[in-house]
Design a protein around this ligand. Structure first.
Ligand code: OAD
Length: 228
């Protein structure tokens, strides 16, 4: 089977009702990144940070995978699909995709701020975390999210995957946040690289084939191109 490597961003989940970050009306218009998504924010106002992620989870629990997510899961019948996502939602997995690498962490998980950094899964009935919610060893739990200024532990794995691609597909990312945005450059020379996004992304390398559509319609077109 050919290896299809898919890099997804917030636009992938937009049609599921989850806000993107940089579009007008996006999350970073309502909150300042430094206020809620940095280690400094966590030091200064952990309560606000926890509440921000509680709100994100509440929104996620109301959302469902869209036709784009479902099409990617469907493609596993004919391709070895490996998804690398910047999204912290679980919509790829809920759509049935089995190989998902999370670059920026996972919303439905928290981890200990102790040395062990143990990770715990939240449930839909118990998705909130507050100050004083500790791991069994007594350390405060924090969101299992990669904040700005933190390392991206899965990046080297992602580079390895990108280097093995026979086809690459990028969906719904403004390609502004590094190192994630740099992954496209690791695709082997000469392979087809497609990008689905309804808006124009400036400064794209000329070899990228752009499909100017939303994730669901764009994936419909991709299924034709890839011959399912
Ligand atoms: P952005 O909000 O920067 O970009 C979203 C992209 O999705 C834009 O290019 C939109 O044009 C596109 N888009 C909008 N609607 C779409 C639709 N229906 N179908 C397809 N595409 C659509 O989000 P990301 O590039 O994912 O990190 O942002 C990268 C990282 O920055 C995030 O992972 C997050 C953020 O700050 C952290 O929080 C660490």
């Amino acid at each position: 089977m050919k290896k299809l490597v898919v890099l997804t961003g917030a636009g992938m989940s937009a049609e599921s009702g989850i806000s993107t970050f940089r579009d007008s009306g996006g999350l970073w218009e309502k909150y300042r990144v430094e206020q809620v998504a940095t280690p400094e924010a966590w030091e200064e106002n952990p309560k606000l940070v926890l509440e921000f992620y509680n709100q994100r989870r509440k929104q996620l629990l109301k959302a469902k995978p869209n036709a784009g997510h479902l099409a990617l899961a469907e493609l596993e019948k004919t391709y070895d699909v490996q998804i690398i996502t910047q999204n912290v939602d679980n919509l790829h997995e809920r759509a049935g995709s089995t190989n998902v690498l999370y670059l920026h962490g996972e919303l439905m998980k928290v981890r200990s701020t102790g040395f062990g950094q143990e990770v715990y899964e939240l449930t839909s009935d118990n998705y909130r975390t507050s100050l004083g919610d500790n791991c069994p060893k007594g350390f405060q739990l924090r969101p299992h999210i990669v904040w700005f200024g933190e390392n991206v532990p899965n990046y080297s794995k992602a580079v390895e995957i990108a280097q093995q691609a026979d086809v690459m597909l990028v969906i719904g990312t403004s390609l502004q946040v590094y190192p994630a945005a740099g992954l496209v450059n690791y695709s082997p020379e000469g392979i087809p690289v497609y990008l689905i996004d309804p808006n124009e992304i400036p400064n794209l390398p000329s070899y990228i084939i752009v499909i100017s559509k939303g994730a669901s319609d764009g994936m419909k077109e991709m299924l034709d191109i890839l011959g399912k």
